[in-house]
Design a protein around this ligand. Structure first.
Ligand code: FMN
Length: 216
């Protein structure tokens, strides 16, 4: 298994040699943002990079629903966190002790999950831009396509000095009473949300497992 030192030295080594690798190694999931908005031009440039992702049969199944209003983002965050807690409670009620143990394990695995109950904005972390990415419900490859598109978005943002975090719990927006405000047709589903902004933290990279390659 690789160590943190290996990751950071690789980061250093690649930093000045290859712009694409530099951006790949420097991107982090950022969960604290400065109160600085992102201009529409930059958002459009970033989304355009997302559109350049490959997609199965070139279907380009993604659609982007973007919030940039601070107050609206706060309301969505609050409603989503309520839906998450309701979902967790429902999950526990359904699966009993096994469910509680599973959740406990997940919370221990993701340190930020324990903050969920403490933070003012545990979902969107005070970011000035939230992108909900949807795809048609009847496209079985869409989850992969959206994943590729999302990584393009986050790397493009990083290359422009803008930080990001993929927010899976953003999917819970579908279970909020304000979901209709997004005007997402019933034929689409939310696959992921991504937040963008100017980061106000510099987390150390999570250690990457290195025992997962088999040369044959
Ligand atoms: C599909 C997906 C969903 C995620 N959902 C969340 C989330 O809901 N909240 C959050 O704070 N981070 C979320 N993350 C971020 C991961 O926790 C983070 O990418 C991981 O810990 C690795 O850290 P790094 O991105 O800094 O390398 C998500 C990442 C992915 C790929």
């Amino acid at each position: 298994m690789g160590t943190l030192t290996e990751i950071t030295s690789l980061e250093r080594e690649t930093a000045f040699k290859n712009e694409a690798l530099k951006v790949i190694y420097q991107r982090r999931a950022i969960r604290k943002y400065k109160d600085i908005s992102i201009d529409k031009n930059s958002i459009e440039k970033i989304i355009d990079a997302g559109r350049m992702a490959p997609s199965a049969m070139n279907r380009q199944p993604w659609k982007f629903y973007i919030l940039t209003n601070k107050e609206e983002i706060k309301v969505f965050s609050k409603e989503i966190s309520k839906a998450v807690l309701k979902g967790v409670a429902h999950g526990i009620a359904k699966s009993g002790l096994k469910g509680i143990l599973k959740l406990g394990k997940e919370i221990l695995h993701f340190p930020h999950a324990t903050d969920f109950f403490k933070l003012e904005d545990p979902v969107f972390h005070g970011a000035p831009v939230v992108i909900f990415i949807t795809s048609p419900k009847d496209n079985e490859w869409a989850v992969l396509d959206v994943g590729m598109c999302s990584q393009n978005i986050m790397l493009a943002a990083k290359s422009m000095g803008i930080d990001s975090c993929p927010v899976g719990v953003g999917k819970f927006v579908e279970h909020t009473k304000i979901y209709s405000m997004l005007n997402i047709p019933n034929t689409e589903q939310v696959q992921l949300s991504i937040i963008l902004g100017h980061g106000d933290e510099n987390p150390v990279p999570n250690e990457r497992n290195k025992n997962n390659v088999i040369f044959l």
